[in-house]
Write a protein that binds this ligand. Structure first.
Ligand SMILES: NC(=O)c1ccc[n+]([C@@H]2O[C@H](COP(=O)([O-])OP(=O)(O)OC[C@H]3O[C@@H](n4cnc5c(N)ncnc54)[C@H](OP(=O)(O)O)[C@@H]3O)[C@@H](O)[C@H]2O)c1
Length: 326
């Protein structure tokens, strides 16, 4: 049998998934017992040149994707719609789904999870800090712990800018320009530097940990674009570092979220996080503070999280189909 895959969105992340399906063909076969074949790709503009073999269907109609009857859909488009509607339809047809789309998943992920029967796997590791296995860690390693606090550097672009401002004495606009030249920041960096991107990831963590989210409009959201070199240098003189921190915490029994620049002392778990790295510090009532750190964006780290999600989904399915393995 062949495992039939479809990719929605063939930009940075979608192409990364295809590269891994090709470069890890043998490893995937060993892990899954079947070959994974990309059969169809959904894009916005079918006129664009795509480096894909002719046998792969490239379409702008989701019906064409469904008609191929894929086993798994990797979703790497942008925005809450039409991705949510597409994934809903996929769930109705018992197709496994793996997404990187944080905007959609923060707003509607819980609906997808509720709708999916136990025969449908939903992977969303890539939505939050891309290559860092924070979703898997929280799901599997912190089940008995009550997580009392989460603090994260969840956006690589803003961390790169703050690092360059503090360590190399660059201005905000010089550091942003450098991030854009290196491909870390988009032409319109608003979502990154004003904290929207970190906010969506924080909401996904909140949903996973507490089965709910703070009221979105009540979450204080402060970006980093107002910060000047004097702020960063003053922190340096105090032996501290300014970092853009997203946090979740219960205050008087109420779940509170915040996204804001904070001046961190050297004892803080996020103090040493430099450049485009992301990190998440989770405090559990039994384990204490645990910090995970790594690449929070990028083509291969993000696609890697999606492929790993799929491997887990497929392996769990195989165990369900063969109860004797239990
Ligand atoms: N890039 C990262 O490092 C990263 C990390 C974590 C998560 N993510 C998330 O992953 C997703 C994809 O990011 P990306 O960087 O790969 O974006 P991208 O390079 O802009 O690619 C987006 C792709 O989606 C397609 N697309 C957009 N709207 C569509 C629609 N309505 N119907 C069909 N196709 C549509 C585009 O088609 P055309 O090619 O025809 O324009 C393009 O191929 C986003 O949700 C992003 O937040 C990205």
């Amino acid at each position: 049998m062949t495992i039939k895959a479809a990719i929605l969105g063939f930009g940075t992340v979608g192409q990364g998934i295809y590269k891994i399906i090709q470069s890890k063909r043998q490893q995937l076969y060993k892990l899954l017992g079947d070959e994974v074949e990309l059969e169809s790709v959904l894009v916005n503009d079918i006129q664009k040149e795509r480096a894909l073999p002719e046998k792969i269907v490239v379409t702008d109609r989701f019906e064409d994707i469904l008609s191929q009857r894929p086993d798994v859909i990797f979703e790497a488009t942008v925005g809450a719609e039409p991705s949510f509607s597409y994934l809903n339809q996929a769930i109705d047809q018992n197709i496994h789904i793996v997404t990187a789309n944080k905007v959609m998943f923060a707003a509607r992920g819980h609906e997808l999870l509720q709708r999916a029967s136990q025969n449908v796997g939903i992977g969303y590791e890539a939505t939050t800090a891309a290559g860092i296995p924070i979703i898997g860690t929280l799901k599997t390693l912190l089940q008995t712990n009550q997580v009392t606090k989460v603090q994260g550097i969840l956006n690589g672009t803003s961390n790169y800018i703050l690092t360059a401002m503090q360590e190399e004495d660059k201005s905000f606009s010089e550091a942003l320009h450098e991030a854009q030249v290196k491909g870390y920041a988009e032409a319109d960096p608003t979502n990154d530097v004003e904290g929207h991107d970190a906010f969506y990831k924080l909401m996904i963590l909140s949903q996973l940990l507490y089965s709910r989210q703070p009221v979105w409009s009540e979450v204080p959201l402060t970006g980093i674009s107002h910060l000047g070199q004097k702020d960063l240098q003053a922190a340096k003189r105090r032996g501290e570092k300014i970092r853009h921190v997203a946090s979740l915490e219960f205050v008087d029994g109420i779940l509170k979220g915040r996204v804001e620049p904070l001046s961190l002392p050297s004892s803080h778990g996020l103090f040493s996080v430099e450049g485009v790295d992301n990190a998440i510090d989770v405090t559990g009532d039994l384990v204490g503070s645990v910090t995970l750190r790594g690449p929070g964006a990028g083509q291969i780290p993000t696609a890697s999280a999606m492929i790993e999600d799929f491997v887990q989904i497929w392996q769990a399915r195989s165990i369900r189909l063969q109860p004797s393995l239990l």
